[in-house]
Design a protein around this ligand. Structure first.
Ligand SMILES: [Zn+2]
Length: 401
């Protein structure tokens, strides 16, 4: 049975993980930085050494390609993102690209060309920032909004024309496959080698403003205050109590308040305004609509302060391709790896890609479920299982259709 070359693959993984790594702090490899360019150059060399035809598009996505045996056949695209969150780990993104290179190389070395061309991609700027998340894959799939201001683009040496030119051709691709760490605890806790995401959650964010009246914190009688902080905390207590109750019946969404500010912001001043961001994630968009309505009703029922709720981000949930899901299941079965269907609670390059071509993902366990942290890790045996599942999936798909 054809497998990846473990020694070579793990060594390259370590090597890539050293580029941008700051001891004690974690990964410092944001898109368009010097460390990012160095990491991309490392991958570029690996691809060239493997005899791939390589190119870097206008926004900075790197591609390496092997031709297929069959004339005019559509390509497989395999990969993930090369940038990392500040202080993040070595696994998020990097794993999917290196596995793509190793798997393609192994198939080439041992079997020769597949029927279909095989392309590996290192997408840029997945992790957010001024350009917005999944930037590289959105450029490739034509999903970057024309509303992104030119001055933001030019600060990265980009323009709308360059983005337009980086667009891939839908009709050239058969499927996109992304191997990624789970970034959650499900596989790790259940000791399951392979997770097969059925979909990727949608992300909706609302900006909430609660307005009261600033006043002297010593002299204003408590019952006369229109305290925005107090109203906000009572509102959030009511909301999270409701969320807990609801999730006991239906575990179908998660929510977070990760940003919270008070204005004018002084110890002796009754706060006049509290602003925060409510984030809702679910595999079902209608669930998000429903719970957002509940939040709004709580906001409207608040005594003493006025609240407003403004939609900031609305990324719909994505369903992954059923045929690819079953191909990955068959691949994991053939290899004797334990596997399970799971939702993806994080966004990935696979989200924009799923609007473009049939898309599938393979998850491997994150130790203790930790990610976006320097402690992020996956056991070497799990990395190998993931790569071999990717390899088998490609063989499976290439033999079909
Ligand atoms: Zn990632």
């Amino acid at each position: 049975m054809l497998t990846v070359q473990e020694g070579r693959f793990l060594k390259e993984f370590e090597k890539l993980g050293e580029i941008g790594w700051v001891p004690g702090k974690g990964m410092d490899r944001p898109a368009y930085s010097a460390s990012y360019n160095e990491a991309r150059e490392y991958l570029h060399t690996l691809m060239n050494d493997a005899g791939m035809e390589t190119r870097i598009d206008g926004v900075g996505n790197l591609f390496g390609r092997y031709d297929g045996k069959e004339k005019g056949a559509k390509s497989f695209l395999v990969g993930s993102h090369l940038d990392a969150v500040p202080g993040g780990g070595k696994y998020d993104g990097a794993l999917g690209i290196l596995a793509g290179i190793e798997v393609s190389r192994r198939i080439r070395e041992e079997r020769g060309p597949l029927r279909h061309p095989l392309e590996v991609v290192a997408f840029t700027a997945e992790e957010g920032g001024p350009l917005g998340g999944t930037f590289g894959s959105r450029a490739f799939t034509g999903l970057v909004s024309r509303d992104v201001p030119n001055d933001i683009l030019s600060s990265f040496g980009l323009s709308h024309e360059v983005i337009e030119k980086s667009r891939g051709k839908k009709e050239d691709y058969l499927a996109y496959l992304e191997l990624h760490i789970e970034q959650g605890p499900i596989l790790w806790r259940r000791n399951i080698a392979i997770g097969i995401p059925t979909g990727i959650v949608g992300i909706t964010r609302y900006k909430i403003d609660i307005c009261g009246q600033a006043n002297h914190a010593g002299t204003t009688p408590m019952e006369e205050r229109r305290d925005a902080m107090r109203s906000a905390s009572l509102l959030l207590a009511r909301w999270f109590t409701w969320v807990e109750q609801r999730l006991r019946e239906k575990n179908d969404f998660v929510c977070n308040v990760g940003v919270f500010s008070l204005f004018p912001g002084g110890a002796p001043i009754v706060p006049e305004k509290a602003s925060f961001i409510l984030e809702l994630r679910s595999l079902r968009d209608e669930v998000v609509d429903k719970v957002a309505k509940t939040f709004r009703s709580f906001l409207e029922e608040m005594p003493s302060c006025r609240g407003s709720m403004e939609l900031m981000v609305e990324k719909p949930a994505v369903e992954l391709d059923r045929n690819l899901i079953s191909a990955i299941e068959i691949a994991a079965q053939k290899r004797g790896f334990s596997h399970q269907l799971i939702p993806s609670g994080a966004s990935h390059d696979a989200s924009p890609m799923a609007h473009f071509v049939p898309t599938g993902m393979i998850f491997v366990p994150s130790i203790e479920g930790v990610s976006h942290s320097k402690e992020e890790a996956t056991a070497p045996k799990d990395i190998i299982c993931g790569a071999n599942t990717l390899l088998e999936t490609l063989l499976e798909l290439d033999g079909k259709d």
